[in-house]
Design a protein around this ligand. Structure first.
Ligand code: ADP
Ligand code: ASP
Ligand code: MG
Length: 418
């Protein structure tokens, strides 16, 4: 007997028929004698629909009330799954975020889970009742509903798994594992049997949306055994059919050597900002990035050009597309202090990143990237690197081409692909 957390994403929960399929999977685990908690997402498209209602009601709205609205999608699916399980003869009840409670910070729309009270949950699970928990939602100390940021149900699932000390946290989605790149863009992508926490963290943070970044960080910290698998494959008695997220030690030496690059991700949600004729003197960049940091705007790639004869320079950087308007506002307000002439911005850009722990011990990863892109005439507008990642910024229209070209250049294409 094992204690498992099963998480089902939006596509898996989209409609009565699919919820019935999910319930059958849960029943399969219950019949095998396991204690089960299920974390569910809202039906696919529902969260977008609810966000739109808030925007229509008022473009600038109270984030506390936004959370009340968008948390509702998961409330519906958790109730529906409990009803469906009961109809199949499986004991089940829903536990909303405020009922457990799942205590979070008060950063509305991007709250952090601080504590989960597991007393009632564990008692119910041990008595053979399936606990159905809406993902994405929690409650603050002063009883206001919160949500965890887009894709947050993954984080809810990992947090519940850590809190109840689950043996496994199975994340069921609409693909059957983590691939070398988004299989919807590159049909030749290969499914990975294992990927390290660190690589998955990096891949998720640069756009591989199969897991929310925070869920991976939490799994790594709490040592939760996470598996990504498909909710559309028939249930089997083999507990491992998808991709396991594991520690470095669980990947053999030779497996590490196997591929230099583990995966490639893309992100179309970045925006590029260029400030022209910034004075080339100490403190100039601090004047730019200090106020952006104070406004809680994340800056990613940064390039400072060499100085013009006039003693000034151009500075280019990227910010999340959703923060562009605030970034422009912040920079315009600081124009006199920063001393730039023009502010230019472009949202038609994409960040392409290659990730792999093998990079630590091998030279030439970036060179291969630049050469492969150059051969296809793809211009690189900005570059950033970490110990296990190289990212480039390119024209958004070239995203799919760039991902495919790099996938081939690093030898990642599936062998049986035509
Ligand atoms: P869910 O609703 O189940 O949470 P998401 O849409 O959030 O599902 O994540 C699954 C999607 O992630 C897949 O449909 C796939 O298009 C995308 N994806 C991006 N990168 C990868 C990758 N490297 N491996 C697998 N899927 C990926
Ligand atoms: N429903 C939320 C979203 O669409 C949370 C999730 O599905 O993980 O972002
Ligand atoms: Mg998701």
């Amino acid at each position: 007997m094992a204690r498992i957390v099963m998480k089902f994403g939006g596509t898996s929960m989209a409609g009565t028929e699919r919820i019935r399929n999910v319930a059958a999977r849960v029943k399969h685990e219950v019949d095998a004698g396991n204690e089960v908690a299920v974390v569910v997402s809202a039906m696919a498209g529902e969260t977008d629909r609810l966000i739109n209602f808030c925007r229509e009601a008022a473009p600038l709205h109270d984030p506390k009330e936004y959370d009340v609205v968008v948390a509702a999608g998961e409330q519906i699916t958790s109730g529906l799954l409990a009803i469906t399980l009961q109809a199949m003869g499986v004991k089940a009840r829903s536990w909303l975020g405020w009922q457990l409670p799942i205590q979070t910070s008060d950063a509305h729309a991007s709250a952090r889970i601080e504590d989960i009270d597991t007393k009632g949950l564990i008692a119910a699970m041990s008595a053979g009742e399936v606990a159905v928990i809406p993902g994405f939602q929690g409650v603050t100390e002063d009883n206001r509903i919160t949500t965890l940021g887009r894709g947050g149900s993954d984080t809810s699932a990992v947090a519940v798994a850590a809190a109840v000390k689950a043996d496994r946290c199975d994340i069921y989605t609409d693909v059957d594992g983590v691939y070398t790149t988004d299989p919807r863009i590159v049909p030749r992508a290969r499914k990975l049997a294992k990927v390290t926490y660190e690589e998955m963290l990096e891949l998720a943070s640069v756009g591989a949306k199969v897991l929310q970044t925070r869920s991976v960080g939490l799994a790594m910290k709490e040592n939760v055994r996470v598996q990504v698998l498909s909710s559309f494959d028939a249930p089997t008695d083999n507990p491992i059919t998808g991709t396991l997220i594991v520690g470095d030690d669980d990947i053999g030496e030779d497996e590490m050597e196997r591929q230099l690059i583990t995966g490639i991700a893309h992100d179309k949600n970045e925006a590029k900002v260029t400030l022209t004729s910034v004075p080339d003197r100490p403190g100039a960049v601090a004047n730019i990035f200090g106020p952006l940091a104070d406004a809680n705007i994340n800056v990613d790639m940064i390039i400072q050009n060499i100085a013009h004869d006039s003693g000034s320079t151009d500075v280019t950087f990227t910010v999340p597309g959703a923060e562009l308007a605030r970034a422009i506002d912040t920079l315009e307000k600081g124009k006199d202090v920063i001393g730039f002439s023009n502010l230019m911005h472009d949202t038609k850009v994409a960040k392409i990143s290659v990730v792999g722990v093998g990079m630590r011990s091998h030279a030439g990863v970036a060179a291969t990237m630049f050469k492969a892109l150059a051969q296809r005439g793809i211009n690189v507008q900005a570059i950033s690197t970490s110990e296990i990642k190289v990212s480039v910024l390119i024209d958004e229209d070239e995203t799919e081409l760039a991902v495919r070209v790099l996938h081939t250049a690093y030898g990642l294409d599936a062998e049986d692909a035509a």
